[in-house]
Design a protein around this ligand. Structure first.
Ligand code: IPM
Ligand code: MG
Length: 370
């Protein structure tokens, strides 16, 4: 049985309680003889700040860099609203992305038929939806310099963030999108704002060239990012793979999340470039939702996005595609059987807690595995 070493960073808010459910699933896979997982646990976000005044410690960064994959819960909460900007909880996540070189963020949005009524959109618009947002994750306005607030001579302040992309950064994210499109419905939609931004002009040029020269068989269309937001709520099934920059990807993926019924449903994978020697990529897996401080500690959180992120770990980092399929099937079956956490329950439907949802998925896993 292959053995893997995972670094768990549950973080803040609902992070720890949803990570408990993933841990139980890891143990299940071990007991079932499918794969063995060694885990270490670290601190990130507000809890790391409380422990050592930083959003992630150097030793935890080193653990993250050496693990087969990192599983990340969520960070932040009102308790840390006033901590200095450089050590705010989100800084831990951003440092992991940047220092591990996790430039490719895969955010699949799948609407399970059983959940079509939980979406705020009409059933026919979202039922059976299966799109993949590829968000560039280590560049753009998140990391561009200068990034500062300066005081002008007249006493007024001026804030600057810098949107910055190089050819190479656009090429590599475009290739990820085209490669994945080939395994799906063979269509890439590239979203930028070339009508307003120079970075959009370059983005459009580079994606067009990569498409023409390296992927002539993949259909490519360009869409302005604001129009893409509108199209996502109008008729999302027109899309297969959407490739976009860091900031647009942040916004578009939240929209896509709601199409699936709840933010509590969306998993994600953040991948680096393959190591030239080992061929392995550094990787971090996290639910798209945040720390949900309002429901933290109450056992109400939906663990599906976190468990789905572990399914992505099996598929993209560990070469266990079949186990990933099994886990995703178990999730789909549990939903089809009517089990719902509060965020995905329709009016009048009974809702279960985090632990019950996790247990239902493990029970179903045992059935699917037979
Ligand atoms: C996300 C989150 C993060 C982001 C925050 C927590 C820094 O919104 O992963 O989508 O903006 O990238
Ligand atoms: Mg976001």
């Amino acid at each position: 049985m292959s053995s893997f070493n995972l670094f768990l960073l549950p973080g803040d808010g609902i992070g720890p309680e949803i990570m408990v459910e993933v841990k139980a699933i890891l143990d299940w896979f071990g007991q079932a003889g499918i794969a063995k997982f060694e885990t270490e646990m670290g601190l990130v976000g507000g809890c790391a700040y409380d422990a050592h005044g930083k959003a992630i410690s150097e030793s935890d960064m080193a653990m993250a860099a050496s693990a087969d994959a990192v599983l990340f819960g969520a960070v932040g909460g009102p308790k840390w609203d006033k901590v200095p900007y450089d050590v705010r909880p989100e800084a831990g996540l951003l440092r992991l992305r940047k220092d591990l070189g996790l430039f490719a963020n895969l955010r699949p949005a799948i609407c399970y038929p059983a959940l079509a009524d939980a979406s705020s959109l009409k059933r026919e618009v979202v039922e059976g939806l299966d799109i993949l947002i590829i968000r560039e994750l280590t560049g753009g306005v998140y990391f561009g310099e200068p990034k500062e607030i300066v005081t002008l001579e007249n006493g007024e302040k001026r804030a600057v963030d810098t949107q910055l992309y190089t050819t190479h950064e656009i090429e590599r994210i475009a290739r990820v999108a085209f490669d994945l499109a080939k395994t799906r419905r063979n269509k890439v939609s590239s979203a930028e704002k070339r009508n307003v931004m120079k970075s959009g002009v370059l983005w459009n040029e580079v994606v067009t060239r990569v498409g023409k020269t390296e992927y002539p068989d993949v259909e490519l269309e360009h869409v302005l990012a604001d129009n893409c937001a509108m199209q996502l709520v109008r008729w999302p099934k027109q899309y297969d793979v959407i490739v976009t920059d860091n900031l647009f990807g942040d916004v578009l993926s939240d929209i896509a999340a709601m199409l699936t019924g709840s933010l509590g449903m969306l998993p994600s994978a953040s991948l680096g470039a393959p190591d030239p020697v080992t061929g392995r990529s550094k990787a971090l897996y996290e639910p798209v939702h945040g720390s949900a401080p309002d429901i933290a500690g109450k056992g109400l959180a939906n663990p599906i996005a976190m468990i789905g992120s572990f399914a992505m770990t099996l598929r993209y980092s560990l070469g266990l595609g079949e186990a990933a399929d099994m886990l995703e099937k178990a999730i789909a079956n549990v939903l089809a059987s009517g089990v719902r956490t509060k965020d995905i329950a329709s009016a009048g439907q009974n809702a279960v807690g985090t632990g019950e949802m996790g247990a239902a998925i493990r029970r179903e896993l045992a059935v699917v595995a037979r």
